[in-house]
Design a protein around this ligand. Structure first.
Ligand code: AMP
Ligand code: ZN
Ligand code: FE
Ligand code: FE
Length: 309
């Protein structure tokens, strides 16, 4: 598995990426990846289309990025994104929570759009929501793109910087899942969990090292260390933390198609760390392999060889 290129964090148009799931797996193959995880926000609706369109040689790791929250020492809410892999997508409590979050997301995006329209900005809340199917996880990038189309801003990033980022006038939080509860849900569904971009501080307050330690005891499997929004100092602190807490270390692009500048495979995960992640999911599933298997590519051969070795 020496030259295996692995990217464990990407978004399709089923959440706030711009490639549909089939285009996303093609982009991953074109970028020379061997393994790609599809991790749309709060939905698994893209898994099937991605698996059906999988180019030869590419392995798909089914996943999701769950919108979670934590509370810091001063009682402030901290937004936490939790990557979840290889879990049972039909686990009833998890399905219910993801559906709740998608409804929450629609209501929150509409509320932001209504406030903007009331202030005379060129947004039509009904049009915006009508363009988003019910199983899509509606997010601020959808509104940002509408603002670009309306000519108010030149880019998605400018829409965030002027209007939508945490701390700007139109930012609204949503009622996310307490991160401990999300780890419990995924563990019970036989999957593995990784904290996404834990020290990316441009989006708002971040989780502390003490809280990461609490989550590790709770069953957290890993930390996303190599991420475009982590500077070298953040990566070094996270690597030390992973070592201390015996957590798997991942690296990923957080590709969002045209909504962000990251390209597939811009950051990658070491194959031994990926094998360790699959092993954690297997352990949570009771030992006989992960609940949901990676699909296609070289996966079958790796499994025969034993991914944990
Ligand atoms: P939401 O799920 O609606 O809270 O939006 C989250 C999405 O917006 C993620 O894809 C983030 O990468 C993106 N995002 C959040 N904050 C910013 C920011 N300050 N600049 C650009 N994109 C952002
Ligand atoms: Zn996103
Ligand atoms: Fe995220
Ligand atoms: Fe993401």
């Amino acid at each position: 598995m020496l030259d295996v290129r692995i990217d464990l964090h990407t978004h399709s148009s089923v959440s706030d990426g711009t490639d549909d799931p089939a285009a996303l797996v093609r982009a991953a193959a074109d970028a020379g990846l061997d393994v790609v995880a599809l991790t749309d926000h709060d939905t698994t609706a893209g898994w099937r289309a991605a698996a059906e369109a999988l180019p030869p040689g590419l392995t798909l790791v089914p996943g999701a990025e769950l919108s979670c929250e934590s509370v810091d020492d001063e009682g402030r809410r901290v937004s936490v994104h939790l990557l979840a892999y290889l879990f049972d997508p039909t686990a009833p409590e998890l399905v219910a929570e993801q559906e709740r979050l998608r409804i929450e997301r629609r209501g929150r995006l509409r509320a932001i759009a209504v406030r903007m329209a009331e202030d005379g900005l060129p947004v039509d809340p009904d049009d915006l929501l009508a363009g988003l199917p019910a199983d899509t996880a509606a997010g601020r990038p959808h509104l940002a793109r509408a603002l670009v189309r309306a000519g108010l801003v030149h880019s998605v990033q400018e829409a965030f910087d002027r209007y939508l980022a945490n701390g700007r006038d139109y930012y609204m939080a949503k009622a996310d899942t307490p991160v401990e509860a999300a780890i419990d849900l995924i563990t019970a569904a036989g999957g593995a969990t990784v904290l996404a971009h834990p020290f990316a501080d441009t989006r708002g307050p971040t989780i502390t090292e003490e809280t990461v330690a609490v989550l590790a005891r709770r069953g957290l499997s890993g930390l996303e260390i190599d991420h475009p929004d982590h500077d070298p100092a953040a990566r070094a602190r996270l690597a030390a933390l992973a070592e201390d807490l015996d957590l798997v270390r991942t690296g990923s692009s957080d590709y969002h198609g045209a909504n962000k500048s990251a390209t597939p495979g811009q950051e990658t995960t070491d194959p031994a760390q990926f094998a360790a992640l699959v092993e954690r999911a297997s352990a949570n599933a009771g030992g006989a392999g992960p609940t949901t298997r990676p699909v296609g590519g070289a996966w079958g051969a790796w499994e025969e060889a034993g991914t944990g070795s």
